[in-house]
Design a protein around this ligand. Structure first.
Ligand code: PLP
Length: 400
């Protein structure tokens, strides 16, 4: 992962341009330095790499394939390819960093992982990895989200995790992170905070990116093998930014490949109606790091909304903010209706039901295809839609 861009920006450890950093107390800085040193050591440790590779291959079915979507391609006049992260164990890319983080926790001698979850996807992947590696697992989840995502709550419980209901504020993801973090402050000597995306204070964005970069590494090799060349563009949805940075890493040094991130526009452009931090955010600090952040006029953190609950975070990974600033990646918005349309389109033309999060990437891919005939488009299908079926049937039924 020693890319041109990283070398240029990582002059100051943990910063991506002006974003990122470590806005935390001194005591925790020492602990985070320990975590980072261990991580750097393990990155170069053959046994660790072997253990991780074995888990990814045999437990989570990597490498996931790149699939040529023939029907969609015929319909749009482009060549559309999907990187099938939906075929991972637990149904999304999240298992990639959860296996990495739990292995790291073991090597640090920790007994427990602590994590937050929104819709329960990160919670389920983390509970899965913790069960496999014999770690205790505390998952903090807003009470509103618990009520909305009962099947995932039950999965976590079956897997042996403690699901802790958070009842402050909006009772959703932001508050869950707040509470998970304060619990971690009390337990950091025996526990590791296993964050759900490329967010949080240094070194978490770097660690999670490293574990997700396998997506781009595989995809680049697979794409070249299949087509003899590189795609014209790569597209992924952006919540916190982990699946997107994972696939982008594979192509960031290929100047001829255009890269697009699809952000959730939710119900509209007003603050509070969307979760498009890169488009409508202003520089600010959340959960110990600096990023483009959705804020109210008075500077308080705004509520974030998207039909895809895995995307509704008011901040975003610091590297994305930097990639936007330097113009390497363009961030586009997709609203709820466009995402739902893409959800049905992919289901009915290809027989693949995508997660609502991933549907944002598919929607932008379809938009791009309309305006750019004949191009080769690679879309990261970050997860499958099983978890969204009940919600879609209830709220967005379509004629059958
Ligand atoms: C959680 C989730 C996302 C959003 O998280 P990122 O860190 O932005 O990748 C996207 N897709 C799926 C399927 C998810 O579960």
């Amino acid at each position: 992962m020693e890319t041109y861009i990283e070398n240029k920006t990582m002059e100051k450890e943990g910063y991506f341009g002006i974003y990122g950093g470590q806005y935390i107390n001194e005591e925790l800085k020492i602990e985070f330095d320990n975590i980072y040193s261990k991580f750097l050591e393990l990155k170069n440790d053959e046994d660790f790499q072997k253990e991780l590779k074995d888990l990814l291959e045999h437990f989570s079915c990597r490498p996931t394939p790149v699939y040529f979507a023939k029907n969609l391609s015929q319909k749009t006049g482009c060549e559309i390819y999907l990187k099938r992260e939906d075929l991972n164990h637990t149904g999304a890319h999240k298992i990639n960093h959860c296996l990495g983080e739990t292995l790291l926790a073991k090597k640090l001698g920790k007994k427990k992982v602590i994590a937050e979850t929104g819709a329960g996807q990160h919670g389920v992947a983390m509970a899965t990895a913790a069960a496999l590696l014999g770690l205790e697992c505390d998952i903090y989840m807003g009470e509103v989200d618990i009520q909305k995502a009962m099947p995932n709550v039950n999965r976590m419980k079956i897997l042996g995790a403690n699901v802790i209901s958070v009842r402050s504020g909006q009772m959703t993801l932001k508050e869950a992170v707040d509470e998970a973090f304060s619990a971690y402050l009390k337990e950091y000597k025996t526990a590791l905070y296993a964050i759900g995306s490329v967010v949080g204070p240094h070194p978490f964005p770097t660690i999670v990116e490293y574990f997700q970069s396998i997506v781009g590494k595989e995809a680049r090799e697979q794409f070249i093998k299949m087509t003899g060349g590189l795609p014209d563009c790569v597209i992924a949805c952006v919540g916190g930014g982990s699946n997107s940075i994972g696939i982008f890493d594979g192509f960031i040094d290929d100047a001829e490949v255009k890269i697009y991130g699809a952000e959730p526009l939710g119900k509209g452009e007003k603050i509070g109606e969307n979760a498009a931090s890169l488009t409508y955010g202003r520089e600010g600090i959340i959960h110990g790091f600096k990023c483009l952040l959705l804020q109210n006029e008075d500077g308080t953190i705004a509520d974030a909304y998207s039909v895809a609950s895995g995307l509704d975070y008011p901040g975003v990974g610091p590297k994305h903010c930097y990639l936007k600033d330097i113009g390497r990646v363009e961030y586009k918005t997709i609203n709820d209706v466009e995402a739902i349309d893409a959800f049905y389109e992919l289901s009915r033309t290809e027989g693949i039901i995508p997660a609502l999060e991933s549907s944002h990437a598919v929607a932008y891919g379809l938009k791009f295809a309309k305006e750019n005939k004949g191009k080769k488009i690679l879309i990261n299908l970050s997860g499958r839609g099983d978890k969204d079926i009940e919600f879609v049937m209830k709220n967005y039924p379509k004629a059958f």
